[in-house]
Design a protein around this ligand. Structure first.
Ligand code: HEM
Length: 531
């Protein structure tokens, strides 16, 4: 059970804090209502107790966005859901270079600001400051996909090393899928502007193009499989926010129930099971290598699972985890960038000029994507303005430690860095509030080391991919896919919003930032397509 509590243990746990009468005749409406009330009270008391204990341990750290007093700090937890960005910004303005804390429903979060403290965090060993444990506590991802990934995060090298090395050889497939998917999903618009539900199309194209590289044809075009991975990505995001209201002790089973991961895995096996079986049969027949051996994420995952003598269920779980981290991040980032373009269509001409010239010389290749400097700069600026979460660089203190400025951080504290406050700090970026798509092109021309300003390059000031050892291992894949998608759209369509010049507001809920989920972008076929 991956160290998680199972349903029976949860029942006996609730039994211990609820009168036994509530378990008698559970089908009667009265006792069911009483059970719900008792459970809600118990959950509230556990949250309150946890919050009290954690507030006492962090008394010396200044608070932003709420009172430190019990109960009153709960108000801050509601504000957290509505306006985390605002709370972070106010705390950043007051305490830049130091730390402050904000209230979550079940605990306090310590926010680290500034280059020096970030540098100290980055230098700490993994047994003091852990990324994976923070993911479990803060986002629930570990609870949903299994705590095994904390002990043995073997999926990371698959993404960072194997998938990244594979970018050049898989680019033809990726581009073919991007083109086929857009052609199917964007309605005919030769003469007229047509409205397109951008985020829906983005999720579909990203799911298809990513899975073309992850599992190949024909699965990557199976609508049932695509709907499943997209639904999973949406459900996991929603579950993460709900989990903040669930006490630590039952987060595991609650995460599994809320995300319905177990039934999703079974549904996933319906699609991938036969492919996995076929590949296992081939491996038994041909041994380690054979001429037509598939070279994709599914194959590497099967081999990794076999080396660990684990079950094929782990193949599905790992494929779902990677689909989750890949789909919602990349499709949101594509939609953000598309919204910037549609709100300011005058950015299209310089981007198109570059794409036409590079593709004419290099064809649709990975090398060509590497030469689209304006597009690279545009996407980097879009991610600076639109982070995936309000915080980046999530860590959990597995041991107590003291920062060089004397701030004591007790064991079990959750630490984060605020993404927007860092990205909009005028000391980090000139005219930081302005969306300036050519910012990195200009800086690159002046800097002796242009690689410092590429889309995939992280720094203490640019944390959209995280920073340091746990910076996103999928960023090379994601950047390449985003460029292939944006370049395809720009080379083939004009885009704009109905209300010209106005970009729809992002939606901030708890730890999720999404582009407006309802906005429609107007598409019209380019008059003289370059391809
Ligand atoms: C535009 C798209 C993406 C963005 C903006 C993004 C952003 C991030 C960020 C900010 C983190 C680090 C969080 C932290 O330090 O708290 C992260 C981690 C991670 N990302 Fe991404 N990501 C993207 C796409 C992808 C893709 C396509 C994959 C896989 C193919 C992926 C796999 C991961 C994994 C596995 C981690 C955890 C790293 C670890 O455990 O050390 N990401 N991502």
């Amino acid at each position: 059970m991956d160290g998680q509590l199972d349903a029976r243990r949860v029942c006996s746990l609730l039994h211990g804090i609820m009168p036994s009468s509530s378990f008698v005749n559970v089908f009667s409406v009265e006792s069911a209502a009483r059970s719900v009330a008792y459970t809600a009270c118990s959950v509230f008391l556990i949250l309150l107790l946890h919050s009290l204990v954690s507030a006492a341990r962090l008394r010396h750290i200044p608070t932003e966005g709420s009172s430190t007093l019990p109960l009153l700090s709960f108000k801050g937890s509601f504000d957290f859901l509505r306006d985390l960005r605002g709370i972070f910004q106010r705390g950043y303005d007051k305490h830049k270079g130091k730390v402050f804390k904000v209230s979550l429903p079940d605990r306090w979060l310590v926010v680290v600001t500034g280059r020096e403290l970030l540098g100290e965090l980055m230098r700490m060993p993994e047994d003091t400051i852990s990324f994976n444990h923070a993911l479990g506590d803060l986002t629930g991802t570990t609870w949903i996909f299994g705590t095994r990934m904390i002990e043995d995060p073997w999926h990371i090298p698959l993404i960072r090393d194997k998938l990244t090395k594979h970018l050049t050889s898989s680019f033809g497939d990726l581009h073919d899928e991007v083109e086929t998917a857009f052609k199917e999903l964007i309605p005919r618009c030769d003469e007229e502007w047509v409205p397109v539900h951008a985020i829906k199309v983005a999720r579909n194209v990203v799911a298809r193009a990513s899975n073309r590289v992850f599992v190949g044809l024909p699965i990557c075009r199976n609508q049932g499989y695509l709907d499943l991975v997209v639904k999973l990505a949406v459900e996991v995001q929603k579950t993460r926010n709900k989990l903040l209201w669930i006490p630590q002790v039952i987060k595991g089973p609650a995460a599994r129930l809320l995300s319905r991961i177990d039934s999703r895995i079974q549904q996933g096996m319906h699609y991938l099971g036969p492919v996995i079986q076929q590949r296992m049969a081939e491996m038994r027949k041909f041994g380690e290598d054979w001429p037509a051996k598939p070279d994709d994420l599914l194959q590497w995952t099967i081999e990794g699972v076999l080396a660990r003598q684990a079950t094929m269920e782990l193949v599905m779980r790992t494929m779902f985890l990677i689909n989750f981290v890949a789909i919602h991040t990349t499709s949101n980032s594509f939609t953000h960038a598309l919204y910037h373009l549609a709100a300011s269509p005058h950015f299209i001409a310089p981007l198109r000029e570059e794409i036409d010239a590079v593709v004419a010389a290099e064809g649709w290749t990975k090398a060509a994507m590497g030469k689209l400097w304006k597009l690279d700069s545009f996407l980097r600026e879009s991610l600076r303005h639109n982070s995936i979460n309000p915080f980046s660089i999530r860590r959990k203190a597995l041991k107590s430690f003291t920062f060089s400025d004397g701030t004591y951080i007790p064991k079990d504290t959750l630490l984060v860095m605020p993404a927007d406050a860092t990205h909009f700090d005028p000391e980090n970026f000139i005219d930081a509030a302005v969306f300036d798509p050519w910012r990195s092109v200009r800086v690159k021309e002046q800097d002796h080391d242009p690689s410092k300003h590429q889309f995939i390059t992280t720094s203490p000031e640019y944390i959209g991919w995280g920073h340091g050892k746990h910076a996103c291992p999928g960023r090379f894949f994601a950047a390449n896919e985003l460029k292939a998608m944006m370049a395809y759209v720009i080379a083939n369509y004009d885009v704009k919003f109905e209300k010209e010049g106005v970009r729809p507001e992002n939606v901030h809920i708890g730890q999720t930032i999404t582009p407006d989920p309802d906005a429609r972008v107007l598409f019209r076929q380019r008059k003289f397509p370059s391809i």
